[in-house]
Unconditional design. Structure first.
Length: 293
C-alpha cells in the first residue's frame, strides 16, 4: 500500500510561455494537447508527466504519487484517515482531469498538495518524440524523477513520508553552507536512489529542485549547451557523492531549479544507509548566487 513512484508534477507559474520554452526546447519534453487549458508535457509512454498552469504562486502546485492498484489506494486511504489526516475521496472530476482511474488528495504537514492515485493513462500507441532530439528519459518503475522538498521541520516531514507514505531512507548528506550545516535526507520508494529529499533551507519555494534523468551522457551534454546559450545554468556539470548522478542544474522561470542527469546508481534490498559530508564528488561549480543542492 506504499507509494510506488513520483508520477507527475503540477506548477502554477507567472510565465507559461517561458516554461513551455524551457521544457520543450531546453529539456526536450514533448507538449501534448489538453482539453482544460493546462499546458501538459510528456517524456515517456505516459500521457503526461508535467502540468503548467498560469498562477501567481510561481511554485509547484501539486505532486502526484502513484500506487499499484485499487486495493493499495484503499488501504493507504484508510491508514491516512486512521492517522488523523484529512483526505478527499470520490474526486471523479479530478480523476478525469488527471487521466487516472481513482485519486485521493491531501496535504503534507506543511501544506503541499499531494495527489495519490492509481491507473494512469498510457499513450504507448503514440511514441514519445523529443522536440530537442533527446534519446529518452529513464522512468518506467523509477517514475518521473525526484524532488527536493523544503520544509521547516525535517523530522516531522520524515515521520509523515516514511511512517505513513512508506518511503525509505537511502542516506544523509550534511551540507555545509558557511558556518551552518544543513542535513538533507534522501528517500526512495523504488529502485531510484531517491524520489524525494527533505531539507530545511532558507528559500521561499516549496521545492528546491526537481530532476529528470536521461538515457545518455550526450543527452546531458547537448542540453547543457542549449541552456548555457540561454544563461540558465546554475551548477556546472558534476557527479553527486551519494547517487553518483552526472548532472547539471538550470534555473526555471519561477526560481526553482531543475537537475538534468544521467547514470544514477540504483538502490536494492541490500542497501545500507550511510552519511556524506559533501554533495558532489567533483564538479557542480556554482555559476549563479543561489543555494544549490
Amino acid at each position: 500500500m506504499t507509494i510506488k513512484q513520483l508520477g507527475y508534477l503540477g506548477f502554477s507559474v507567472k510565465d507559461v510561455p517561458a516554461w513551455r520554452n524551457l521544457l520543450t526546447s531546453g529539456l526536450g519534453l514533448e507538449e501534448v494537447e489538453s482539453n482544460h487549458g493546462t499546458a501538459l508535457f510528456r517524456l515517456d509512454s505516459r500521457a503526461w508527466r508535467i502540468a503548467v498552469d498560469y498562477g501567481e504562486e510561481d511554485d509547484v502546485s501539486y505532486i502526484g504519487f502513484e500506487v499499484a492498484n485499487a486495493q493499495s489506494l484503499e488501504q493507504l486511504t484508510e491508514k491516512l484517515i486512521h492517522t488523523g489526516i484529512e483526505v478527499k475521496t470520490g474526486e471523479v472530476e479530478l480523476a478525469k482531469q488527471r487521466g487516472v482511474l481513482d485519486i485521493i488528495s491531501l496535504t503534507d504537514p506543511y501544506g503541499l498538495p499531494l495527489e495519490i492515485y492509481y491507473g494512469a493513462t498510457e499513450a504507448f500507441n503514440k511514441p514519445f518524440v523529443s522536440p530537442a532530439g533527446v534519446s529518452g528519459f529513464l522512468t518506467s518503475e523509477q517514475g518521473l524523477g525526484h524532488i527536493v522538498r523544503n520544509v521547516p521541520d525535517v523530522q516531522e516531514a520524515m515521520s509523515f513520508y516514511t511512517e505513513i507514505l512508506g518511503f525509505k531512507l537511502s542516506d544523509i548528506i550534511e551540507m555545509s553552507v558557511g558556518p551552518v550545516v544543513i542535513p538533507i535526507y534522501f528517500l526512495h520508494c523504488n529502485g531510484r536512489h531517491h524520489t524525494l529529499a527533505l531539507a530545511s533551507m532558507p528559500m521561499p519555494k516549496r521545492i528546491q529542485h526537481f530532476m529528470f534523468e536521461v538515457k545518455s551522457l550526450d543527452d546531458v551534454g547537448h542540453a547543457y549547451d542549449r541552456l548555457d546559450k540561454e544563461d540558465a545554468i546554475t551548477l556546472s556539470l558534476g557527479k553527486h557523492s551519494n547517487d553518483h548522478m552526472i548532472s547539471f542544474y538550470a534555473m526555471t522561470p519561477s526560481g526553482i531549479e531543475v537537475e538534468y542527469g544521467w547514470d544514477g546508481r540504483p538502490v536494492d534490498d541490500n542497501w545500507s544507509v550511510v552519511r556524506h559530508d559533501t554533495i558532489s564528488a567533483w564538479g557542480h561549480k556554482p555559476l549563479k548566487q543561489t543555494l544549490k543542492v
